[in-house]
Design a protein around this ligand. Sequence first.
Ligand SMILES: [Zn+2]
Length: 256
Amino acid sequence: MLIILLFLLGLAVGSFLNVCIHRLPAGESVISPRSHCRACGETLGPPDLIPVVSYLWLRGRCRRCGAPFSARYALVELATGALFAWCLAVVGPEPALVRALVLTAFLVVVAVIDFDHQLILDKVVAWLAAAGVALNLALAASPAAALPLLWDMLLGGLLGGGVMLAIAVVTRGGMGGGDIKFLAALGLWFGWQLTLLTLFLSFVIGGAGGAVLLLLRLRGRKDFIPFGPFIAAGAFVALLYGPALVDWYARHMLGR
Ligand SMILES: [Zn+2]
């Protein structure tokens, strides 16, 4: 039952993320004006804004001028709903679920904007970093646990940003400034262990994803493939399965 609720919450949040995804790269406000049809300017009323359902009901067209809305809006909503339900299934109804949902929402925004524009916005990364520090401290077990936590966050940020910076230098720009800052912000969320895991997963998923794009000829050998979506995918896996993986690794490989 709760999982259906989380899915619906994800649909609604996904609808807001669509607004962020389409307005932030243009430097527009995400609060006003209300959502409107890009073709005729018709303001969308509450019934038009019901996620996915309104898209299917209106067959993906504006009710006034008939201009098609991109199916992407509904896809982002469905994806966010599914990811939110996934978070609940793994994390459970714990305070930490809030942290997982917030990070997931950020990952969707960063991944889709980077996919569209080959751009990771400083503004989004700054909010991501601030939200991570605030939520980590809010969820700290005790005030005494806050100081080591702060050090771990700092270490994670330096590790994530540092490794990406080193790759950018070695590959002479194979990694953009946005990717470096994105991983530094994720480092603050994760601390050093899960940041290492995120880096590892990003490159594994990125390598596999790049190979598939080349094989299916969706991208040529010389085309630029944005790396942000792969980092986001790696971070999502690290968020949900990282603690268990680190634990397993410590017990089996290090014999602790
Ligand atoms: Zn219209």
